[in-house]
Design a protein around this ligand. Structure first.
Ligand code: HEC
Ligand code: HEC
Length: 374
């Protein structure tokens, strides 16, 4: 009997040491797997196989995202330039970084990143994990060294504990910090706009919104060189705005065609080379990532340099893109650069009504993505 109890105790100790590894006087167990649910109508996401999502990892990532400890003087967090009410972009044309400095590109909204393969306006980061060191080490954004951040985090018992819970380690490392933030970013999903609800058959779109969708998805009217559109199209003719060639269609929940790169005709001589900075290919000069139009109602100002404040200014631009701009998309933009888009007032109104259905307030107000410091 004594023997059995002794073996029992030994076995218990053995079990305990497997599940709970006491460190720093703390015990902990495996992190809780987080089940990523793919919204209806979305393709499967590209989740990294070496960074399984866990409740603890995501919580840690969220805290790091909002913690100014990532910057050199503890004044700037990721959340400063990626604010929830702006769909995690910035309503300022250029974001204020460390010591009051400004960059030269507009902040980008953050959502549905689990389906994106290249990041930034020029696509220079090939994964979220690789993307994260850019703002930390950028002298005008957070102005810090990744190594210093890791050191600061290691000095905070709270972070050591959170890293331990998420990754079962005693020490914070740069890779694990990137992985935690990556986990949080991957879970930011926007899939509940009126458009989504319509696709799921939950609500109706109005006649005007449906008309706007048709305009969005249709080529521009009369595109042959012989018919130069000098004569306005007859009443009742559907005039297309030809947005779908770049920004997707009703079957594309991202409202960007694979986030490819295009020049939409902003300047004759682009001062920012865009995609060419990455590829060194002159045919990429002036091309930028095709941004998503989802949540555009929160992400003003528009374009890589935030030059437009309103959607009407954007549509005015598409009425007559600059024909001298290098590497113009020859299809849609090339045609409107030559002939003008020529949307009639009620067509523009309908297009805007449709675009409005892409705004998802359930996403921007979702508590799961808000700062834990509030
Ligand atoms: C000072 C402002 C600022 C800070 C701080 C900042 N960002 Fe950004 N973020 C930007 C700007 C501006 C861009 C676009 C930059 C470019 O294209 O060169 C951007 C782009 C991004 C993108 C690319 C999105 C896409 O769709 O391609 C991601 C992801 C991102 N930031 C995440 C973060 C994270 C995570 C942090 C914190 C570690 C952070 N940012 C800190 C301003 C900032
Ligand atoms: C040839 C591809 C192409 C077509 C066609 C096109 N766009 Fe764009 N769009 C882009 C690119 C590329 C950008 C980013 C350009 C930049 O910042 O330099 C952009 C930017 C935008 C933005 C700003 C988004 C932001 O977050 O800053 C809006 C809004 C927009 N487009 C709406 C439209 C609408 C509406 C149409 C149809 C009238 C349209 N686009 C047609 C490629 C295109």
């Amino acid at each position: 009997m004594k023997k059995i109890i002794a073996i029992g105790i030994l076995f218990g100790v053995f079990l305990y040491s497997c599940v709970h590894e006491p460190m720093d006087g703390e015990s902990f167990s495996d992190p809780t797997p987080y089940v990523f649910s793919t919204p209806a109508g979305f393709p499967p996401p590209n989740l990294p196989s070496d960074n399984p999502l866990t409740v603890e990892g995501i919580e840690l990532g969220r805290r790091l995202f909002y913690d100014p400890i990532l910057s050199a003087d503890s004044t700037i967090s990721c959340g400063n330039c990626h604010a929830p009410n702006a769909s995690f972009a910035d309503t300022s044309r250029f974001s204020k970084g460390i010591r009051g400095q400004f960059g030269y590109r507009q902040s980008m909204p953050l959502f549905n990143l689990a389906w994106v393969n290249e990041f930034f306006w020029d696509g220079r980061a090939s994964s979220l994990r690789k993307q994260i060191h850019f703002p930390i080490e950028d002298p005008v954004e957070m102005g810090e060294r990744v190594g210093n951040v890791v050191q600061k985090l290691n000095q905070q018992p709270r972070y050591r504990k959170m890293f331990k819970k998420a990754f079962q380690v005693n020490e914070v490392t740069d890779t694990l910090m990137f992985k935690a933030i990556e986990q949080f970013l991957l879970t930011m999903v926007s899939s509940d706009s009126k458009f989504d609800q319509w696709r799921r058959g939950e609500v109706q779109l109005s006649q005007q919104e449906l008309y706007g969708l048709q305009i969005f998805e249709k080529e521009i009217y009369n595109t042959t060189v012989t018919d130069v559109r000098l004569i306005p199209p007859p009443p009742g003719t559907l005039v297309g705005a030809d947005c779908f060639h770049c920004h997707g269609n009703r079957n594309n929940p991202f409202f960007s065609n694979n986030f490819g790169y295009q020049n939409n005709g902003l300047d004759a001589v682009p001062s920012d080379s865009g995609r060419m900075l990455v590829t060194k290919d002159p045919t990429d000069y002036g091309k930028f990532k095709i941004p998503t139009l989802r949540n555009w109602g929160f992400t003003f100002p528009y374009m890589h340099d935030g030059r437009f404040q309103t959607i009407d200014q954007v549509l005015d631009h598409y009425e007559k893109p600059n024909p001298l701009s290098p590497n113009l998309d020859p299809g849609s933009i090339g045609k409107s650069a030559t002939y003008g888009l020529r949307l009639r007032v009620y067509e523009r109104t309908a297009l805007k009504a449709f675009l409005n259905t892409l705004n998802d307030t359930a996403f921007t107000t979702n508590q799961r993505y808000q700062s834990p410091f509030r």
